[in-house]
Ligand binder design. Structure first.
Ligand code: F6P
Length: 315
């Protein structure tokens, strides 16, 4: 290979695992190590899901001990993995609702986590997931576009998959039977326009602009795809190369349901890196400065055509 350029296709005859992929993509060493450490937690969280036997919380095991809620267990697994990693300056998660500083002088990164998003779907055996944001500064310091350096999610479905971006495209890996994350989709790129829509919130509570937007998509023949799990619903749009997911502001909750720091920013980062868009209907999700850890926003995310179309009806 001339001039030392790293080109993944040159390696296509080999299995490309996550560490090799990040190295070839030229991602900075500590960030590579951090993403790797988080990806590994997917194995432990998945083991907990299996162990729970589809029950969520408040159960007793065969010894009569109280079991932790799955979300809480997933959070503890992440904290244990990250606290002494040496790469994490502070951690915050949906489970904690406060920023926990870690005492590692040289560490660079702030990590946000939704440890087990959609966990109420565990009993139905639908896919659920872990969502991670990686920031170079406190997520509260500025809008996501200024603080974020990476994002990832892990899906626990029939397969365990992991999608990450460190600002050099969005890539999917599958956890194989040997316990390695193997590249399955490199440089995921959304089509300009898709054919599926995923709609959160109750129709009776939608504002008229949102309703008209949805009716327009319906007139164009979009197919409904909504599982109630943010991770698999976004994953479907990325892997099928287009479409739109919305959880709008409603008459009941004008700021919508989903949380900016823990859910929206990471998915916006991954979607933008895949050539798509993410807005609250007016401005980019990554242009919004969080007002607090609990900040919520409406979301329109996916292919450019649908997200821009939403803006026409909402502004
Ligand atoms: O925020 C949790 C969550 O379960 C998301 O994963 C999902 O997109 C959304 O809520 C589903 O909300 P609803 O049950 O109102 O459709």
């Amino acid at each position: 290979m001339a001039n030392n350029t790293r080109n993944i296709s040159d390696y296509s005859k080999f299995i490309v695992d996550l560490r090799r992929h990040m190295w070839m993509a030229g991602i900075e060493m500590d960030l590579r190590r951090l993403i790797w450490q988080i990806a590994i937690t997917g194995k432990y969280i998945s083991a907990k899901i299996h162990e729970s036997n589809r029950k969520l919380a408040g159960l007793r095991n065969i010894h009569g001990d109280e079991q932790l809620a799955l979300d809480k267990s997933a959070d503890i697994i992440l904290q244990n993995q990250l606290q002494y990693s040496g790469f994490v300056k502070a951690y915050c998660s949906e489970e904690l609702d406060r920023i926990v500083p870690y005492e590692a002088a040289s560490s660079k990164y702030h990590v946000t986590a939704d440890p087990l998003d959609g966990s109420s779907l565990v009993d139905t055996n639908l896919a659920i997931g872990t969502i991670i944001g990686i920031h170079r500064d406190s997520p509260l310091a500025a809008e996501g576009r200024k603080t974020m350096v990476g994002a990832m999610y892990i899906t626990y479905g029939p397969l365990i998959t992991m999608v990450y971006s460190a600002g050099k495209g969005t890539h999917e890996f599958v956890l194989n039977r040997e316990g390695e994350y193997v590249l399955s989709e490199e440089n995921i790129t959304l089509d300009e326009k898709g054919s599926i829509y995923s709609l959160g919130g109750l129709r009776k509570d939608w504002f008229s602009g949102h309703l008209k937007f949805v009716e327009t998509l319906e007139g164009e023949g979009y197919k409904l795809r909504y599982s109630g799990g943010f991770v698999p619903d976004i994953n479907q749009i990325l892997i099928k190369r287009g479409g739109v997911f919305t959880y709008p502001g409603t008459k009941k909750d004008p700021k919508g349901k989903l949380r900016l720091i823990f859910e929206l920013q990471p998915m916006a980062f991954l979607t933008e890196q895949a050539g798509g868009m993410a807005t609250d209907g007016k401005q980019d999700i990554l242009a919004i400065k969080p007002e607090g850890l609990d900040h919520r926003e409406p979301i329109y995310i996916g292919s450019r055509y649908e997200v821009e179309k939403a803006r026409e009806f909402l502004t």
